[in-house]
Design a protein around this ligand. Structure first.
Ligand code: PLP
Length: 404
């Protein structure tokens, strides 16, 4: 056997790392409560109107390869969505349909990153961002935030970092808004500041807006496409979260601007899309119909988001009752990032806690260090309140048992 590539050793997903152990436990008859995967379909079945469209696409024979950057019906529907929701002019030729936002991120890394390049990533981050960058030969410069108090990116610290020689030449900046794992929703003013900062430093702005419609009551979501007019940027989103269809594996990258950089990136996105022929064809037809069926979508979405908020509020309250954890109330998405008071516990790090919780209590969470937030854990707050309540009380008892 010859050595495998060094790059391949950087492929990783901390959210799934205890998956084998969880499966082993479940197979040997232990009850495992999984609060590690952000899959809304586990508790909110994909809306039936969407399923009907999927079945109808198959019955119509849409089962072959389709156009690499996406069927025109879907790109037109996405374009209309941006006009409707954000008054943004994103013509269908500026949209590349991908197999989830995940594929768009891997494409963009291949497009932007040469060996030794840097990219700015907001921390805490969605775990894919860092390995996807490293696999392409790049390394991250982190834009930090005081997430424990619910604050967004610390702009002064980011400005200082961008002035350092290491950060000069960073290719892109990537963040999720609403954020996975913190649930923070960035306001218009911060987004404007970020867009200008990236523009001034020749950094391509990439906004992962996969949770753009999962925002709680009274919270206003602003898309980067509203504030970055004339500034090179990409918006990533898709079917997985707001449309509750993770298994469709449909996402997209929209690059609305006309500058030469955006044009060049779009051209390469198309080249990468051609390499894998197409995204799932029936799923694209179904998603196109779902986006266009505004009334049905709004009905299912508002019911789902109201329940998500209720569950997140409940989980947040219980976490903060514990002597061993603290969390800020999210403003969107469906996660609670709980800071763990490590000094009160006999664990070395959050990885030990993740494993201990699974082995001793049958509860699977994701360690915060996998999101760039060591000493914390991410709880997916999608389950009904009785399950969430049971799980969080067990976590508290587990900490009690291991307190110093
Ligand atoms: N981006 C963020 C911020 C996510 O939280 C997730 C999934 O949890 C993804 C991207 C993956 O999206 P997709 O299912 O479209 O690949």
């Amino acid at each position: 056997m010859r050595a495998l590539s060094r790059r391949s050793m950087m492929a990783d997903n901390p959210i799934e790392e205890e998956g084998d152990l969880a499966e082993q436990l479940a197979r040997s008859g232990h009850k495992v409560l999984s609060l590690n995967r952000g899959d809304p379909t586990a508790y909110f079945p994909t809306p039936s109107y969407l399923l009907r469209e999927f079945v109808s696409a198959i019955k119509k024979g849409y089962t072959g390869y389709s156009y690499p950057t996406g069927i025109i019906e879907l790109r037109e529907a996405i374009s209309a969505r941006y006009k409707r929701a954000y008054k943004a002019d994103v013509t269908p030729d500026k949209i590349t349909v991908t197999q989830g936002v995940s594929e768009a991120i891997t494409f963009l890394n291949s497009i932007f990153i040469n060996q030794g390049d840097h990219a700015v990533i907001a921390r805490p981050y969605y775990p894919l961002y860092v390995p996807a960058l490293r696999v392409s030969g790049g390394s991250p410069i982190f834009a930090d935030s005081d997430w424990e108090s619910g604050a967004g990116i610390d702009m002064d610290s980011l400005r200082r970092k961008l002035n350092s020689s290491r950060a000069r030449g960073a290719k892109y900046m990537l963040f999720s808004n609403p954020s996975n794992p913190t649930g923070t929703v960035m306001g218009r003013k911060v987004l404007e500041e970020l867009a200008n900062l990236c523009n001034d430093n020749d950094i391509f702005l990439i906004s992962d807006e996969i949770y753009d419609e999962i925002v709680y009551r009274g919270v206003k979501f602003t898309s980067v496409c509203e504030v970055a007019r004339g500034i090179p940027h990409a918006i990533l989103s898709g079917a997985s979260k707001s449309f509750d269809a993770t298994g469709f594996r449909i996402g997209y990258a929209a690059l609305p601007e006309d500058d030469a950089w955006s044009e060049a990136v779009r051209d390469r996105l198309e080249a990468f899309a051609r390499m894998r022929l197409s995204s799932s064809t029936p799923a694209q037809y179904a998603f196109a119909k779902a986006i266009s069926n505004v009334a049905e979508h709004r009905k299912s979405l508002s019911r789902m988001v109201a329940q998500m908020e209720d569950r997140a509020r409940f989980a947040h309250g219980l976490v903060n009752k514990s002597r061993y954890m603290h969390a800020s109330m999210p403003k969107g998405a469906f996660y609670i990032l709980a800071k763990i008071f490590m000094e009160k516990l006999d664990f070395r790090d959050d990885k030990d806690i993740e494993k201990g919780l699974l082995l001793e209590e049958g509860i699977q969470v994701a360690r915060g260090s996998g999101f760039g937030a060591p000493g914390s854990m991410r709880i997916v707050a999608l389950a009904p309140k009785d399950i969430l309540g049971l799980a969080i009380r067990k976590i508290d008892k587990f900490f009690e048992k291991h307190s110093k």
